[in-house]
Design a protein around this ligand. Structure first.
Ligand code: ZN
Length: 304
């Protein structure tokens, strides 16, 4: 098994969407440029959602264009529906993720769509992608959100996750991912669900996890998953965005702490951690007073 772990920076999307203030476009571009220069291989630069819903992410098309000009960087975006996917393809995103909430209650509350409606959208997007020349097709991921539990429904049965994972692949996704939207995941649950989903859809069709650090178990959950064929981990610089359920807790896993853990335990990330720590200034300068999390940034790197 390869020891290279691909870190996908989701701060410009997941982080900024949960902060009310709007980061200026120039700062977002500087952030993306600086993080790519540190060796971060993939950045989720935004989400193609109506401007009215998330004005913080209204400049996603410009960010895709900017990020595409950075050599070697994989440019990822989130889309909620076919319209979003059309915009993402027009902009030239390399990777498109559509979130499908395992909890149908959550799906209805969030995007007002049932599972059947969401799967229809997935099929439509997959069909659209197939019409493109092979070398212009974006990678298409179905991200199962609330996979480890839902604030509205509570526990989501594993059978439901497996059914949806299988349905996403049948509908034309290239891969499925699992998201701990609510920060409910614990290590043994991560391992058992990863194993079960891989057994359902195939070893190579689940390689990524999107975990939150709501209850402080983000890195522990990552570490548990590394032994089970997970090779892509989402994280956000400074864990920005916070967590609405747990004041003082970061939202996503902190990228800096994740790089530190992986580098120190024999994995490779290709990321220059010292340089990455300096990128925080770009975010802090653009959003003064916004809380930036992370133990390594606070404590510094150990003396070698
Ligand atoms: Zn998230």
């Amino acid at each position: 098994m390869s020891s290279f772990i691909e870190i996908s920076e989701v701060g410009p999307r997941d982080g900024l969407q949960s902060i009310k203030r709007i980061m200026p476009l120039a700062a977002k571009k500087a952030w993306i440029t600086a993080e790519a220069a540190c060796g971060v291989p993939e950045i989720e630069v935004g989400s193609f959602v109506p401007k009215k819903l998330l004005p913080q992410l209204a400049d996603t098309a410009e960010l895709v264009a900017h990020a595409r000009s950075i050599s070697g960087l994989k440019v990822a975006v989130l889309v909620p529906n076919l319209r979003g996917a059309q915009d993402a393809i027009k902009a030239g995103a390399h990777k498109i993720t559509i979130p499908l909430s395992a909890s149908e209650t959550h799906s209805l509350a969030n995007v007002n769509r049932t599972h059947v409606q969401m799967l229809t959208a997935v099929r439509d997007i997959a069909d659209l992608i197939k019409t493109l020349p092979a070398d212009e097709r974006p990678f298409f991921e179905g991200g199962i959100s609330t996979a480890f539990g839902c604030t509205l429904e509570g526990t989501v049965p594993q059978a439901k996750i497996l059914e949806l994972a299988s349905a996403l692949m049948d509908a034309g996704c290239d891969e499925v991912g699992l998201s701990d939207t609510t920060g409910y995941a614990v290590p043994n649950h991560v391992v058992s669900l990863v194993k079960a989903v891989k057994a359902e859809v195939g070893e190579q069709n689940l390689t990524g996890l999107h975990l939150h650090n709501t209850r402080g178990l983000g890195l522990t959950n990552v570490y548990a998953a590394l032994d089970h064929g997970i090779t892509t981990i989402d994280a956000s610089l400074g864990g920005i965005g916070g967590c609405p359920f747990a004041p003082g807790a970061s939202g996503n896993i902190v990228t800096e702490d994740l790089v530190f853990m992986l580098d120190s335990t024999g994995y490779e990330t290709g990321i220059d951690l010292e340089a990455l720590l300096k990128v925080r200034d770009i975010v802090t300068d653009a959003l003064p007073g916004e809380l930036m999390y992370g133990f390594v940034p606070d404590a510094g790197l150990p003396k070698l």
